[in-house]
Design a protein around this ligand. Sequence first.
Ligand code: SF4
Length: 133
Amino acid sequence: MKRRVLIIPCSGIGKAYGSVGREAAYQVVEELRPDVTETVCLSLLTMGDADAHAQVRESPTITIDGCPTACAKVNVEAAGGKPAAEFRVFDVYRAHRELKVRSVSDLGENGLAMAHILAEEIAAKVDELKDEG
Ligand code: SF4
């Protein structure tokens, strides 16, 4: 049986790029690669939930962070996991500066486009990881 790849976005409340990261995660898990991915609530990791910790230690994990604080990456590592790939929303913006996010609660057409670009990049990484190990 193939392993599912964990997609863990930061919570990003109040930050537009955090919202973009979460949207990208939903697109991967619900639309692009639903059969081979799942997600874990970041708060469970930070609270020390044993099942969530076991998941990040045993599954290939992709983190998505909305700013350099890198809460998703830091908390996966604190839980004993090692992200197989780390995505930063700002890197997408750097490559597509024409895409300006409208607001935290309403990404707008450009924000959704940014999320989709990121989601496609993550899905490609999922394809590499799901058959490894
Ligand atoms: S990485 Fe940045 S945007 Fe994401 S939860 Fe942490 S502080 Fe917020």
